[in-house]
Design a protein around this ligand. Structure first.
Ligand code: PLP
Length: 393
């Protein structure tokens, strides 16, 4: 069985798992216990993790709020900022005292559905930013939308399906110019491409540990100094009142260690991953006639290969290979749903391209041997389906 679904999740690095295990079994203190050494050591571990996260993304450790993952971080940023009085948000609001949120149609569902829930309640109006058939963002349109006044702008750093990398630094400059808070979903980007939170003018950055060899169920929201979010959960007033609840010390230590390792190894790992991906892409293009590679090939995550084989439904491919090869038809959250993903719909691709799309995700543990075998499995399945469909014509 070959695992090529690294956008859905990654295995935990053994070095990270060892740290987590230590903080589960030996250093199990509660970071809020100020009366004894277990608490002190747990608190020190949290401080160290905050420094490790901050170092990877160019932020200050004081700007980090620990969460259960990117979904919670995104909810906290969107709901927490919109619950704050309109006057505190800068930028501007829409009609009838509603917030105006600008976002790309190909954001992750964590962003889209949070915004849509606020829209449904009548608290916000949504403005969709324009993208082309490769998913590239129209920056001129974005500037016009910002000039008209927006309470919050949401742009993903790297897309979880087609792998596009967005010009976050440029977008940060635009939002700073107009004084608009900027939420960047960094789930697929942090630990894979350089991100500079402070220097690029990001207001809120969502991070998820399980996308870069850390554990599931832990993440962070980086909140720029001077910005306050209304809490979504009330309790012990942890984390400056923005997110109550006992800290998940082992998970946070794991997130910190995963960030430390990425700071050291990201550049080299990602170059090697891109080389392997390019080789696989070349093989598939040679062996599968009509194969289309989707997304922005100039600005793409190293581990992403999003393909379509027109006339070959992706569900037929998955049915044939699922016991040998783990790839996906879309994001983990929406697989199992038969319709093309909202990301592909946003690109307005022809139906047979959307129906024949497959997401392949490589990571640092992917080997050449696995990729050679994966290519064979895919080519065999596709040839099989094509022969069958030709014989029934
Ligand atoms: N945003 C993006 C781009 C993602 O890929 C994911 C995970 O699938 C999320 C948000 C949600 O992250 P989490 O699983 O940490 O809630």
């Amino acid at each position: 069985m070959i695992y090529l679904d690294y956008h859905a999740t990654t295995p935990v690095d053994r070095r990270v798992a060892d740290c987590i295990c230590h903080y589960m079994t030996e250093e199990f203190g509660n970071a809020s216990s100020t009366d004894h050494a277990w608490g002190d050591r747990a608190e020190a571990a949290i401080q160290q993790a905050a420094q490790q996260v901050a170092d990877l993304i160019g932020a200050s450790p004081r700007e980090i709020i620990w969460t259960s993952g990117a979904t919670e971080s995104i909810n906290l940023a969107i709901q927490g900022s919109l619950l704050a009085p309109l006057s505190l948000l800068g930028g501007g609001a829409g009609g009838e005292g509603k917030h105006r949120i600008a976002l790309m149609p190909l954001e992750h569902k964590a962003v889209l559905d949070t915004c849509r829930a606020l829209e449904k309640r009548g608290w916000a109006e949504l403005v969709y930013l324009q993208v082309d058939s490769k998913g590239r963002l129209d920056l001129n349109h974005l500037k016009r939308v910002c000039a008209e006044g927006v309470s919050l702008l949401c742009v993903i750093a790297a897309n979880n399906e087609i792998g596009n990398i967005y010009p976050i630094q440029k977008i940060g400059q635009i939002t700073q110019h107009y004084g608009i808070p900027f939420l960047c979903d960094g789930s697929q980007a942090v630990g894979k491409i350089p991100i500079q939170f402070e220097a690029w003018g990001i207001t809120y950055l969502a991070i998820s540990a399980h996308k870069f060899y850390g554990p599931k169920g832990v993440g962070a929201l980086v909140v720029r100094r001077g910005y306050h979010l209304e809490p979504l959960m009330f309790g012990g007033g942890h984390q400056r009142g923005m997110r109550s609840g006992t800290l998940n010390v082992p998970g946070i230590v794991g997130l910190g260690e995963a960030c430390r390792l990425r700071s050291l190894e990201m550049e080299e790992d990602e170059q090697a991953i891109a080389a392997k991906r390019d080789k696989l892409q070349k093989t598939l293009l040679e062996k599968i006639p009509n194969l289309v590679v989707n997304g922005d090939l100039e600005n793409r995550l190293a581990g992403n290969l999003h393909i379509s084989i027109p006339g070959v439904p992706n569900s037929a491919v998955i049915a044939r290979i699922r016991h040998k090869l783990a790839i996906s038809t879309g994001s983990a959250c929406s697989s199992g749903v038969e319709a093309p993903s909202h990301v592909l719909q946003a690109l307005s691709l022809p139906e047979e391209i959307a129906d024949g799309s497959l997401r392949i995700g490589l990571g640092k543990f992917t080997t050449e041997e696995e990729l050679n075998a994966a290519a064979e499995i895919l080519v065999e399945a596709v040839t099989n389906i094509q022969q069958l469909s030709n014989s029934t014509k």
